[in-house]
Design a protein around this ligand. Structure first.
Ligand SMILES: Nc1ccn([C@H]2C[C@H](O)[C@@H](COP(=O)(O)O)O2)c(=O)n1
Ligand SMILES: [Zn+2]
Length: 177
């Protein structure tokens, strides 16, 4: 039996419906990347893409390289902030920026969660010109408001992805909206 995916398209004659579009393709890659994250509550994935539709880098939220992530808490709350994940975890967008030596000027970031202000600063400094995000669950948090201000002032275009998302199911790890 073949392990290749069976090709199912609605209309084999219609060139528009028998393949996914660029946004669907790159957001799907960001979603798939998010499933690499060990965060038990929010898995975030990011893909940085050139204006020629080439993938320049990928990332997901995780502990910094060389840090034994089984020794760091993944908790959201603890006796002190030091007992939570927040001071240690490296965000998906920052990882994607740091995971490449390629020039990112003029590129587009696809990310499954709207960037925080720290990542927004890194996005701007890297010369990324467009951010396409999926979820915006922290829209009213101060760091999201600051991100929007920073992006606007720096001329970084942002837009929410409202297209189709893939069904990814590895059994024990799956993506659900
Ligand atoms: N744009 C973002 C926002 C957050 N993250 C990471 C940081 C944490 O690992 C997780 C958020 O956890 P929660 O507070 O929802 O339990 O997502 C990121 O990578 N990029
Ligand atoms: Zn961030």
């Amino acid at each position: 039996m073949s392990n290749l995916p069976k090709v199912i398209v609605k209309d084999k004659e219609d060139i528009r419906t028998n393949h996914i579009n660029w946004d669907e393709y790159f957001m799907s890659i960001a979603i798939l990347s998010s499933l690499r994250s060990k965060d038990t509550s929010t898995k975030v994935g990011a893909a940085i893409v050139s204006d020629e539709h080439k993938v320049l880098s990928l990332g997901y939220n995780g502990m910094p390289i060389g840090i034994d992530d089984s020794k760091i808490p993944w908790a959201r709350e603890g006796a002190s902030e030091l007992d939570t994940k927040y001071p240690y975890v490296c965000h998906a967008e920052l990882n994607a920026i740091l995971n490449t030596e390629r020039r990112l000027k003029g590129s587009t970031l696809y990310v499954t969660l709207f960037p925080c202000n720290e990542c927004a600063k890194a996005v701007i400094q890297a010369g990324i010109k467009k951010v396409i995000f999926l979820d915006d669950k922290y829209h009213d948090k101060t760091y999201s408001i600051a991100s929007r201000k920073l992006f606007e002032m720096a001329g970084v275009e942002t837009s929410q992805y409202l297209g189709r998302v893939p069904l990814i199911d590895f059994g024990d790890v799956k993506y659900e909206l």
